[in-house]
Design a protein around this ligand. Sequence first.
Ligand SMILES: [Zn+2]
Length: 336
Amino acid sequence: MNRRQFLRSTAALSTLGAVEFLPWHTVSALASEVGDFVRGPAVKDHPLQQLSKHVWMIYSPDGFPTPENQGMMCNLTFVDTPKGLVAVDTGASVQIGEMAIRQIRQVLKKPVIAIINTHYHGDHFLGNHAFVDAYKDIPIYAHAGTIQQIQGMEGNLWRTLMEQWTNQATMGTRVVPPTIAVDHGQELKFGDVTLRMHHYGKAHTPSDICVEVVEDKLTCIGDVAMDRRIANMDDGSYAGSLKAYDALEKNAASTIWLPGHGHPGAGVLAWNRGLFQGIYESCLKAIEAGEAMAAAKVRVLADERVRSRAKDTKGFDNNIGKYVSLAYLEAEAAAF
Ligand SMILES: [Zn+2]
């Protein structure tokens, strides 16, 4: 169904007369029919790339959702184990999940046997829908706080936001929350492949899970750190993120840090540490000097660690003002 047909069918529904006069079972039958029927178009193929012995990634070239990219803004990871594939994050829509499943069926020819969602932002879990449709009863792991948020407000909020940002290209996506809670230090064994969970308190969100693929010295860090993209810090903490980088380096020593956004590599934590230190330490200095938020922003923009990264950081110009405000408020609270 294209957009015009959809609008026509919506108009037809409303001319059925005031819906409240219909018996309830008729209304819900209509609603579910429309829900099944109205679906955004398929997402174009993005190739699987092998990063290490067991780890494959579908790389997302864009960092933010648009109607053109249909919400393809987040890397999807698949760990190839003797038991089957484990997906770490599933993309922003059912269509993105289905695209990933097409690639897997061509290249890896194995079923997906589990999902891990790194946190509750929609670009990381809305694709769950496609996987539970394709692979019956697969477990979906996440931190308990992430499960709670997706079951609560955040699930539908992100589904609706993603429809708006993509001009409804993600329509038809259902919120499928994770089912099994995991916490720091826990290990999931799949044959000879070990996935170790890391959680160091509030970083990108209060309930991030980073997934270390122990045998490969590779860690999926979700959005705790990014490569050349500014993070959405609405739910996060600068100080908490910096603390998490230190802890990850100490406890998950990896040669590849695989972020949700940008390219994987050895330098991802260092790149993001520099940016966040430049923002947060400048704000701390401004607070110490008794300066207002505007002066803190001047300090941030003049900081060499920020300046040197600004030009090739996706989303920098649009977001730096807002995220300096958040850093300033966090620094202010920390000072008392
Ligand atoms: Zn993300």
